[in-house]
Ligand binder design. Structure first.
Ligand code: CAA
Length: 379
């Protein structure tokens, strides 16, 4: 067993770290405050191959694999958690086509998504179907040479800026996930429009909107996978998505720890640096130990994906552990900073708000536990 990263993986991590230091960290506070979605930065990430990391070379991707993807995403999240969710969803958006698309769809869309020429989003959630996507009601009626799509999607990450939408809609009358199908929809398709933009607690430099489909004619050839396979397409994409969000959470936690160590060294109370007090030391030790554990959970899930092994359970474990850790660490980081941690001038205030989403989206912690337990019980 080797605990060593390859030279290539180390280089990818270094490249992402460098990018985050120059392009993200210095501007993250302002982008958060003013809710600026940095499309120019996203374009640069596309040029660097950061938006198609798990797509093979032959389809325009970086061919870097899931381990490199997780290492890079962690670095991006360390610099700006909002940009990390953009990167995570862009990479997730390549999975339906990569795993289920036909050759024509791959050539037409996947290559451009992987090269960063197109930005993709993932539209599953509806107002009444969040944790339970099997209950979604958006209809895609078969009209011969096209599907007529009607309905609304909500909580769609960077939906306002996406060129193509990975859409899950109901084609069949069967109950639950069985009647769902996956589509790729271009943003200039008549009947498609972007709705309200959400104002969020955290991740404010990422974009979250509603998408509306009114008699939207989606060509037959844009069905991804077989009719009725939409639930599976979504679940497979989310397995990869979850290792991305786990990496994002890990990046946030590392930032919490570094800010806390710095502050514990500088801040003096009772005539000493607060880092000399056991109460503070224990908090730092808990964060650092959690980071080590989360890191191996994430890498192990990613490694399994790269090896072609099942990784659904491991992805959920990584996402559950890392996102809960990000929340508890952000709490501790604010606590260590005391009153200053509650002020917008201090980075931990933003980290605290950003961390909160990680245990909610791409499956809440409760859903991750359900996935893990079901996998244990099915043997
Ligand atoms: N891979 C492949 N197939 C899978 C699968 C997986 N990971 N998980 C389930 N399936 C298959 C099952 O094998 C089953 O197939 P059969 O019918 O052939 O037996 C079928 O899918 C149905 O599975 P379940 O009975 O387990 O389905 P369920 O309705 O009970 O739901 C669930 C399971 C795990 C709770 C699932 O609904 C789930 O993950 N919910 C959370 C949804 C979610 O994460 N939403 C996030 C929105 S996207 C987002 O947040 C993105 C963003 O912008 C940041």
């Amino acid at each position: 067993m080797s605990f060593q990263l390859t030279e290539e993986q180390k280089m990818v991590r270094l490249m992402a770290r460098d990018f985050a230091k120059k392009e993200l960290e210095p501007f993250a506070a302002q982008r958060d405050r003013e809710e600026i979605f940095p499309m120019d930065v996203v374009k640069k990430m596309g040029e660097l191959g950061l938006l198609g990391m798990m797509v093979p070379f032959e389809y325009g991707g970086a061919g870097a694999g899931a381990v490199s993807y997780c290492l890079a995403l962690q670095e991006i999240a360390y610099g700006c958690a909002s940009t990390a969710v953009t990167m995570s969803v862009a990479n997730l958006s390549t999975e339906p086509l990569l795993q289920f698309g036909d050759e024509e769809q791959k050539r037409k869309y996947l290559v451009k998504l992987a090269e960063g020429e197109l930005l993709g989003c993932f539209a599953l959630t509806e107002p009444e179907a969040g944790s339970d996507p099997g209950s979604l009601s958006m209809r895609a009626e078969d009209k011969g040479d096209h599907y007529l799509v009607n309905g609304m999607k909500t909580f769609i990450t960077h939906g306002q800026y996406a060129d193509v939408v990975n859409l899950i809609a109901r084609t069949g009358l069967e109950k639950g996930g069985k009647g769902l199908s996956a589509f790729i929809v271009e943003r200039d398709t008549p009947g498609f429009s972007v709705g309200a933009r959400e104002e969020k607690m955290g991740l404010r430099a990422s974009n979250t909107v509603e998408l509306h489909f009114n008699d939207c004619r989606v060509p037959k050839e844009n069905l991804v996978g077989k009719e009725g396979a939409g639930f599976k397409v979504a679940m497979v994409a989310l397995d990869s998505g979850r290792i991305g969000i786990a990496s994002q959470a890990l990046g946030i936690t590392r930032a919490c720890l570094d800010e806390s160590v710095k502050y514990a060294r500088e801040r003096k109370q009772f005539g000493k640096a607060i880092g000399s007090f056991e109460a503070i030391q224990w908090m730092l030790a808990d964060m650092a130990t959690g980071i080590e554990a989360a890191n191996w959970l994430v890498l192990s899930a990613a490694w399994r994906k790269d090896e072609g092994m099942p990784f659904t359970k491991e992805a959920s474990m990584a996402k559950l552990f890392a996102s809960e850790l990000a929340n508890s660490s952000a709490y501790l980081a604010v606590q260590i900073h005391g009153g200053y941690g509650y002020l917008k001038d201090f980075k931990v205030e933003r980290l605290f708000r950003d961390a909160r989403a990680t245990s909610i989206y791409e499956g809440t912690s409760e859903i991750q536990r359900l996935v893990i337990a079901r996998n244990l019980l099915k043997g």
